[in-house]
Design a protein around this ligand. Structure first.
Ligand SMILES: NC(=O)c1ccc[n+]([C@@H]2O[C@H](COP(=O)([O-])OP(=O)(O)OC[C@H]3O[C@@H](n4cnc5c(N)ncnc54)[C@H](O)[C@@H]3O)[C@@H](O)[C@H]2O)c1
Length: 458
C-alpha cells in the first residue's frame, strides 16, 4: 500500500525543475509537488509530455497516477518540453535523465551532457542548484561543473552542484519516495547540500552530507552490494539443487541473523532492470579505469548470466529436446509491479528457449496491456491471460514474481496443459501444493521432483 500520511506538509515552497520524466524523474517531480513545492517536469519526448499533461502515465508504478493527478489539479505540477519555460524560474534543477550502459560497460553520460547544454542558455543570471539524481560515475559532478562553467562565467555566478542519488525501487517508488531510509546529499558546499535536503524536510528522514564523489560512490556501492547478495544466494541455490537441500529453509535460517537479513536474498533467475546490471558494470569500469581489480563484481555478473542458462538447461533436461516444445511463460517484466522489461531475465530466458526451437506462449499483465514493451519478434508469443498461455503446453515457466500468478487455479492449468512440468523461476509457488496436484516441479534451489506421468510420448 502506498502511504503518504507521515508527511508533514508544512515545508517552505520552492520552485523546482526536474529534467527527465521517466521512472525516477516523474516520481520525484510528483513527490516534491505533493510536499508542497512548485514543480515543472521537462522531457525531450513530446508524446510523453503531452500524455503527462493529461495525467496519463506510460509507466506502471502503484500510487503514481493519483499523485500526478493531484499535482496537476492543484497547479503544483506541470510538464513541458521547453527548458526556457522551466529553467529560468527554478531554484533547484534536478537531473533525472537515463544513463545507459555503453558497449564497454561504462555509464553513458550523453543525456546528462545534452541536458546541461540545453539548460545552460536558459539560466537567467541566478544560480540555481543543479541536483544530479541520475546514477552516474564518480566525477560526474565535476563534469557537470565543467560543462556549466562557460555559461556561468558569462553570467558571473558560480556553479552549485549537489549529487542526490536516488534509492527508490521500481514497483514501490512512491512509497520509497515518502519513506526513504536516508537522504544522501553530496557537494563541495555543505550549505548547498543542506538546501537540497531541506526540500525533503517533511519526510523526517536521516540526512547524510558528503562531498560530491562520496555521494556518487554511495549509489554504486549500494546497487552493487544488492546485486552481490542476489548472485551469492543464486550460487548457493545451485549448490542446494545438487545436494538436495531447500534454499528457502537455508535462507530462513541464515536471514534471521540481523547482520544478514532477508532483503534481496531470494533465489531466482537473476537480477535485471535498468539499474543493477548497468551499475555493477559501471563500477567494474571505474575499477578498470583506475587499475583496480574487481573480481567480486565480475563473479556477480557471471553468476547472473548463469542463472538464465541454468533455467533453460533444467527445462531441456526434463523435456529432452526443446525443439518444437510448447512452453508457456508467465511474466516478462524484470520484476513484479512494473512495466519495465529492460534487461529482464525473463526476456533473456524466452530468447534462449525460442533460439532452441521452443514455441513460446507468454502472458504478462503489463505487457498484455501494452505489447510494445517487448521487441517485435516477441509479440506473436503474447497471450491475453495466464490460462490462454498454458493451452496445450509441455511446460509452464514462471519467470516474474507477479502476485496474481499465485491466484491462478492450478487444477485448470493442469487440465489445459499437455504435460505436467512447472519451472518456477521465482519460487512463487508452494512446492508441496503443486506436487499434490500432480505436477512435476522445478524451483530454483529447491529439490526437483520427477514427473509422475506424461500424457505424451514426446
Ligand atoms: N529506475 C529506477 O528504479 C532507478 C532508481 C534509482 C536511480 N535510477 C537512475 O535514475 C536515472 C533515470 O532512470 P529512469 O529509470 O528514470 O530512466 P527512464 O528511461 O525511465 O527516464 C529517463 C527520461 O529522461 C528523458 N531524457 C533523456 N534525455 C533528456 C534530455 N536531454 N532532456 C530532457 N529529458 C531527457 C527521457 O526521454 C526519459 O523520459 C538513471 O541514471 C538511473 O540509473 C533509476
Amino acid at each position: 500500500m502506498v502511504t503518504t500520511e507521515k508527511v508533514d506538509q508544512g515545508v517552505k515552497t520552492r520552485r523546482v525543475a526536474v529534467i527527465g520524466c521517466g521512472h525516477v524523474g516523474l516520481t520525484v517531480a510528483a513527490g516534491l509537488g505533493e510536499l508542497g513545492h512548485s514543480v515543472v517536469g521537462v522531457d525531450v519526448n513530446e508524446g510523453l509530455v503531452t500524455e503527462l499533461c493529461r495525467g496519463e502515465l506510460r509507466i506502471h508504478e502503484p500510487g503514481l497516477a493519483d499523485l500526478v493527478r493531484r499535482g496537476l489539479d492543484s497547479g503544483r505540477l506541470a510538464f513541458t518540453t521547453h527548458y526556457d519555460y522551466a529553467v529560468p524560474e527554478a531554484e533547484f534543477i534536478f537531473l533525472a535523465v537515463d544513463t545507459p550502459q555503453t558497449l564497454a560497460g561504462a555509464a553513458d553520460l550523453r543525456n546528462i551532457r545534452a541536458a546541461i547544454n540545453s539548460l545552460a542558455p536558459a539560466l537567467n543570471g541566478s544560480s540555481p542548484i543543479i541536483v544530479n539524481k541520475s546514477t552516474s560515475p564518480i566525477g560526474t559532478g565535476e563534469t557537470i561543473e565543467e560543462l556549466l562553467r562557460e555559461a556561468l562565467v558569462e553570467r558571473n555566478v558560480r556553479a552549485r552542484i549537489v549529487s542526490n542519488p536516488e534509492f527508490l525501487q521500481q514497483g514501490r517508488g512512491v512509497d520509497d519516495f515518502f519513506h526513504p531510509d536516508r537522504i544522501v546529499v553530496g557537494s563541495r558546499s555543505a550549505v548547498d547540500a543542506l538546501e537540497v535536503a531541506s526540500l525533503y524536510e517533511g519526510l523526517h528522514s536521516e540526512v547524510i552530507v558528503t562531498d560530491l564523489r562520496t555521494a556518487e560512490m554511495i549509489k554504486y556501492v549500494a546497487n552493487s552490494f544488492l546485486a552481490t547478495r542476489i548472485s551469492f544466494i543464486n550460487e548457493i541455490a545451485r549448490l542446494c539443487e545438487s545436494i538436495g537441500v531447500d534454499i528457502d529453509q537455508v535462507v530462513e535460517g541464515v536471514a534471521q541473523d540481523p547482520r544478514i537479513g532477508s532483503q534481496f536474498f531470494r533465489a531466482g533467475i537473476g537480477f535485471g532492470g535498468s539499474c543493477l546490471p548497468k551499475d555493477v558494470a559501471a563500477l567494474r569500469y571505474v575499477g578498470e579505469t583506475f587499475g583496480v581489480a574487481t573480481p567480486v563484481l565480475s563473479a556477480v555478473q557471471e553468476v547472473n548470466r548463469m542463472q538464465r542458462t541454468s533455467a533453460v538447461r533444467r527445462l531441456q533436461s526434463r523435456l529432452g529436446s526443446l525443439e518444437g516444445r510448447r512452453i508457456a511463460v508467465w511474466g516478462l517484466t524484470f520484476k513484479r509491479d512494473t512495466e519495465d522489461t529492460r534487461e529482464s531475465p525473463a526476456i533473456d530466458v524466452v530468447s534462449l528457449l525460442s533460439n532452441a526451437g521452443a514455441h513460446i506462449q507468454a502472458y504478462d499483465p503489463a505487457v498484455a496491456a501494452n505489447p510494445s514493451l517487448v521487441p517485435e519478434r516477441f509479440r506473436p508469443f503474447l497471450r491475453a491471460t495466464p490460462l490462454e498461455a498454458v493451452q496445450k503446453a509441455d511446460a509452464l515457466a514462471i519467470l516474474t514474481d507477479w502476485t496474481e500468478f499465485k491466484d491462478v487455479d492450478l487444477v485448470t492449468v493442469r487440465a489445459a496443459m499437455i504435460n505436467d512440468l512447472i519451472f518456477d523461476g521465482r519460487n512463487v509457488l508452494d512446492q508441496a501444493e503443486v506436487e499434490a496436484l500432480g505436477f512435476a516441479y522445478i524451483g530454483v534451489g529447491r529439490s526437483a521432483t520427477l514427473p509422475r506421468r506424461r500424457r505424451t510420448d514426446r
